[in-house]
Design a protein around this ligand. Structure first.
Ligand SMILES: CC(C)(COP(=O)(O)OP(=O)(O)OC[C@H]1O[C@@H](n2cnc3c(N)ncnc32)[C@H](O)[C@@H]1OP(=O)(O)O)[C@@H](O)C(=O)NCCC(=O)NCCS
Length: 184
């Protein structure tokens, strides 16, 4: 895929924008939070170098067109509170996956739903996608709820797909088609 142009998008309370090297400390704060990592497929970060490497990888993936990841900033304070990304693009089939995380201090205020709605609209309208997929741990009730509020449908179950925190974890597959989105 060619380089993805990532616009800045404003919603009622949030700004979605490209991540920058200056975001490394805030990005580290999100992924070193053990509550955030609980249902992520990796351990919480313990070294800021992990955040530096992640930001570098995100910028490289944006440059080679393999990922469109937005930082999520509070309009009221300018604080970077998390990110949402469209990734694993399969261009000929016009589909990708979505991944997202917010620092736990900001949960439960509808921010993920608001941010994902904007990222999904960008995917369907600007990137001309037809389908967006999500893979979540069935115990991650908040994440399932966000997807369902946005019209994703539960499509499948894959037992013991991940090994993290010393245990195998299951996956529930969700999918959102452009036509569900248009009908909503
Ligand atoms: C998943 C996540 C992004 C949700 O962010 P958020 O800003 O709290 O989400 P929202 O406020 O938009 O919506 C959360 C919904 O889940 C509900 N919810 C959250 N935890 C719940 C629980 N334990 N039981 C029932 N409902 C729950 C909330 O009530 C809300 O639903 P409502 O609007 O109907 O009340 C956030 O928890 C997160 O970053 N988690 C860590 C990273 C992660 O797991 N990412 C997803 C990996 S696939």
């Amino acid at each position: 895929m060619p380089t993805i142009h990532l616009p800045t998008i404003e919603t009622a309370r949030l700004r979605l924008r490209p991540l920058l090297e200056a975001d490394i400390p805030a990005h580290y704060a999100v992924f070193s939070d053990s509550d955030v990592a609980r249902y992520w497929s990796r351990e919480p970060w313990t070294d800021i170098v992990q955040a530096e490497e992640s930001i570098k990888a995100i910028l490289a993936a944006q440059a080679d067109g393999s990922e469109a990841r937005f930082g999520i900033e509070l309009l009221s304070t300018g604080e970077l509170i998390g990110n949402v990304g469209l990734h694993h693009f399969f261009g000929s089939n016009r589909r990708c996956e979505i991944g997202y995380a917010l620092g736990s201090r900001h949960w439960g205020q509808g921010y993920a739903t608001e941010a994902l709605r904007a990222a999904i609209r960008h995917g369907f309208e600007a990137l001309d996608l037809n389908r967006i997929e999500a893979d979540i741990d069935p115990r991650n009730i908040g994440s399932a709820r966000v997807l369902e509020k946005l019209g994703f449908r539960k499509e499948g179950f894959m037992p013991e797909r991940w090994f993290v925190f010393g245990e195998f974890a299951d996956t529930v597959n969700y999918g959102l088609l452009k036509r569900y989105w248009d009908e909503a």
